[in-house]
Design a protein around this ligand. Structure first.
Ligand code: AMP
Length: 427
């Protein structure tokens, strides 16, 4: 199936062709005709499925078709996203896909100066892409009037729920006109999401593109059994010995993200971190450095990494396992995107076996275990007080770019390689 058969205008087909897309993704195939017909939608789709174009393209078409010729601009579409990063990402998509259309948009998010956002709003915009808190701040300052919004998108609604944004969302919705089209996207359909959707959507068409909570097919997964206190050394070793040029490392807390970043830098790896306590500027710089390839390791907490879209990211590491099993699927979905292959490697300590069991139950398969240095997989209690050798080639302050000699015992690298050769890619 080609994009031509979806009923999109020539301006949008041109933008799609500019991007080099040849075929719509499953979510686009399903969602675009439904949205164009004016119906509400409840869609289950994760980042990486092409969901942004799935709602942006038909939205732009509907807005441009009905575009008024009046002098004064009104805000006609509102896209709400849980994080600054996702809002910026969606804003870029709106600009990209709408480049041949006479529609204006603004991205509104906290942690940045009010002035440029206010200036843009005063000039008049058709589309606002916003995080909830800053949007409400601007409503209170009376610089934005949402009463003409006829098109509402709630992106990553499950994450908004996790982040406690639902009261804000309800307040925002109370400011919109009653007659409008609503789209709700969520990676998971929990009972709470259904309840939220029930209060917002009007007879929605439900769209679910992939089996819920499965791992992306293009991602190969590995579990490395590593004691907690040896995880950092093992990570440096893996990055160096496998000669990884880029890796996104997930970690649960902001504090441990900072500590890990410090240690990886001591090991000579160019590392940056993004988490909720970093300023918007610092987060943007770190992300840009990573996207441009100047930063080799990006350490991120789950929330900060939401919506990150990095083309061809080959490796993702779970430094610790997420407390919520569904987050594992989100994390590893950062790699293996748009048909590229990816590897998701999880460092798992004894304390995390319970979480691992939950994840494997959710994704309905057992992840390949890769043995590490034998001493490392001993229970932590036994290893305590005992001097554990760092793997060979693991010296502080040295880069692992250089060829490092093999560890004493059979290395995790060679084992994983031979296993990797044996195990065919999961499809
Ligand atoms: P999303 O799930 O919206 O974050 O999109 C994931 C990635 O897929 C983005 O980098 C898009 O540029 C890309 N993408 C979206 N639609 C298509 C398509 N039909 N063909 C190829 N790539 C696409």
């Amino acid at each position: 199936m080609s994009f031509d058969s979806l009923g999109l205008s020539t301006e949008l087909l041109q933008a799609i062709s500019d991007e080099g897309y040849t075929r719509p993704t499953p979510i686009q195939k399903q969602a675009i005709p439904v949205i164009l017909s004016g119906k509400d939608i409840l869609a289950s789709a994760q980042t990486g499925t092409g969901k942004t174009a799935g709602f942006t393209l038909p939205m732009l078409q509907l807005l441009s078709k009905a575009k008024e010729q009046s002098e004064k601009k009104r805000v006609r579409a509102l896209i709400v996203a849980p994080t600054r990063e996702l809002a910026i990402q969606v804003g870029k998509s709106v600009e990209t896909y709408g480049r041949h259309l006479p529609l204006n948009s603004v991205v509104i998010y906290g942690g940045a100066s009010f002035n440029p956002q206010i200036t843009k709003l005063r000039e008049g915009v058709d589309i606002i892409i916003a995080t909830p808190g800053r949007l409400l701040d601007l409503v209170k300052k009376r610089v934005v009037d949402l009463s003409s919004v006829e098109f509402l998108v709630l992106d990553e609604a499950d994450r908004m729920l996790d982040m406690g944004f639902i009261p804000d969302i309800r307040e925002i919705i109370s400011l919109l006109r009653k007659k409008r089209q609503n789209l709700l996207f969520s990676a998971t359909f929990s009972a709470e999401i259904r309840k939220l959707a029930g209060g917002i959507l009007n007879k929605p068409v439900q769209v679910e593109v992939s089996a819920r909570n499965t791992s992306p097919h293009e991602v190969r997964e590995e579990i490395h059994l590593v004691n907690m206190e040896h995880k950092q050394a093992h990570l440096s070793y893996i990055i160096g010995s496998r000669r990884w040029e880029q890796v996104l490392v997930f970690i649960t807390t902001k504090l441990s993200a900072d500590e890990l970043t410090k240690q990886l830098r001591l090991d000579g790896l160019i590392t940056e971190t993004i988490h909720g306590d970093k300023t918007q500027g610092a987060r943007a710089r770190a992300l840009e450095g990573f996207k441009e390839g100047r930063v080799r390791v990006l350490v991120a907490t789950d929330i900060a990494a939401r919506g990150l879209d990095i083309d061809k990211l080959p490796h993702v590491v779970n430094y610790d396992l997420p407390k919520v099993a569904e987050d594992y699927v989100h994390r590893i979905g950062r790699t293996g995107r748009a048909g590229n292959e990816g590897l998701a490697l999880s460092l798992v300590s004894h304390e995390e076996f319970g979480l691992l069991k939950d994840i494997e139950k959710l994704i309905k398969h057992t992840i390949e275990r890769v043995e590490t240095h034998d001493e490392w997989s001993e229970p932590v209690a036994q290893a305590k007080g005992k001097k554990v050798a760092r793997p060979t080639g693991q010296r502080r302050g040295k880069s692992y770019q250089k060829k490092s000699p093999a560890p004493k015992k059979k290395s995790s690298e060679s084992r994983s390689k031979s296993r990797g050769q044996r195990s065919s890619k999961r499809r």
